[in-house]
Design a protein around this ligand. Structure first.
Ligand SMILES: [Zn+2]
Ligand SMILES: [Zn+2]
Length: 428
């Protein structure tokens, strides 16, 4: 660790003073003071820490611009000097230098706001991390909207909003990220020596939202004498869901009410098309938090079109000022009668070679309901969840061989790597 000797004069005096605040005497004095005074210290010290972080950025930027790491110690870069002299990880050192450089340009406005106390340093870092993944042409507009949002929201809000921007400004790149995340999903059940089983796993955002929604009712204590922890209620809820599914022979969703998902549809947002820089202020209008119960970054637009095919969704339409103006179940789901016809006609998943029974399938709209596709038999076919994902997220396309027959006739299935297959109804 590099220890400057002597410390620059104003820093030495300030450091000596700050150190007195951690003494046992200072603790006793605060403990006997009023709640308002203690709150003042907690909030005031946060401001001080952020102002110091902003001053640190200015110092790193000047140090970096002058090449001092090289001059003083022959370091290969400012990052390398910081890593060695301040004993931080390489990733942390790189991020500090990156933010310090950007604070003289792209991030000048949020960096000034950290200094004057209207933003925390953690917010600034969330803005930088959020912008980093966007196409460069979108950076200035994205910094502006995320900085506005950072002044009213939490670091988590900024992170979610940045993810949402990533989805709409770079659909291809973000879809690859989203698919990679999905590939990392896993659930392991490890029996332990004492008869318990350890359950461990990772879920993609959409699956996690579904599980969270399904478990939510179980998190409410059963009565005032319910002393179970939240984790225990969650475990009980999961088993309850599995048990009732088994009891009702509901290994699929037929006949059962699915847990609800909410999808917010903002008519001004180019959800399903590639956004241009001009769209960014409309995607995240200044002065309001994104209003999505499942989080604004809940799922990729490609996932929204899949969910819209067959999930029990409550669509919330956003009006003029971002308030919910229309709330209702849409007429998008296939009726039980239509489902029976589809089960008879398709006999299960229509993907060539798949033998999943009707009970394990979704009814896929060939032309998405979101862009006006009708909820009728010739626009629908059954796909298991795995193959449904293929069609919406993995680049497979379906087209009726004879447009007159729609899905009553054969379907040409094209794969992302040039594969071509044909799907026939089992009972035409
Ligand atoms: Zn679909
Ligand atoms: Zn299938």
């Amino acid at each position: 660790m590099f220890a400057p000797d002597p410390l620059p004069e104003p820093l030495a005096a300030m450091l000596a003073q700050v150190r007195t605040w951690t003494s046992p005497d200072a603790h006793t004095a605060l403990a006997s003071d009023t709640a308002e005074v203690r709150a003042g210290w907690v909030a005031g010290l946060q401001q001080l820490a952020d102002a110091v972080a902003a001053a640190n950025l200015a110092a790193v930027a000047a140090f970096d611009a002058a090449g001092d790491g090289q001059t003083l110690h022959g370091a290969a870069s400012t990052q390398a000097w910081i890593r060695g002299a301040l004993r931080v990880t390489g990733a942390e050192a790189s991020e500090r230098v990156q933010i310090a450089r950007a604070s003289r340009g792209l991030l000048a406005d949020p960096a000034a706001k950290v200094s004057d106390g209207s933003l925390t340093y953690d917010h600034l870092r969330a803005v930088e991390r959020g912008v980093r993944h966007l196409p460069p042409a979108h950076h200035p507009a994205a910094v502006t909207v995320l900085t506005d949002l950072a002044q009213i929201g939490t670091v988590g809000d900024v992170r979610d909003a940045a993810k949402h921007l990533h989805y709409v400004t770079d659909p291809d790149g973000s879809l690859a990220d989203s698919c990679q995340q999905f590939d990392r999903r896993r659930l392991t059940l490890a029996p332990l020596m004492d008869g318990m089983t350890a359950l461990d796993g990772l879920l993609d955002a959409e699956s996690a939202a579904l599980l969270t929604a399904a478990l939510a009712p179980f998190l409410v204590p059963a009565d005032t004498g319910d002393t179970r922890t939240a984790a225990q209620r969650r475990a009980d809820g999961l088993i309850q869901i599995v048990a009732s599914a088994a009891a009702h022979r509901l290994l699929s969703t037929s006949g059962a009410e699915r847990p609800h998902l909410h999808v917010i549809i903002d008519p001004r947002t180019p959800q399903l098309t590639e956004a241009t820089p001009d769209h960014i202020p409309a995607i995240l209008p200044p002065g309001r938090l994104p209003q999505t119960p499942g989080g604004p970054a809940f799922c990729h637009p490609a996932g929204v079109t899949r969910i819209a095919c067959d999930a029990q969704i409550t669509a919330l339409l956003l009006g003029e000022h971002g308030v919910v103006t229309d709330l209702g179940r849409t007429r998008r789901l296939f009726s039980p009668h239509q489902r029976q016809l589809l089960a008879l006609r398709d006999g299960g998943c229509r993907f060539p070679g798949c033998d999943r029974p009707p009970a394990h399938t979704d009814a896929h709209h060939l032309i998405s309901w979101l862009i006006g596709g009708p909820t009728n038999i010739t626009n629908a076919l059954l796909l298991c969840r795995h193959h449904h994902r293929h069609v919406h997220e993995n680049g497979w396309t379906l087209a009726p061989t004879d447009p007159q027959c729609g899905t009553n006739g054969p379907i040409t299935v094209n794969g992302p790597n040039g594969q071509q297959l044909t799907s026939h109804p089992r009972a035409p």
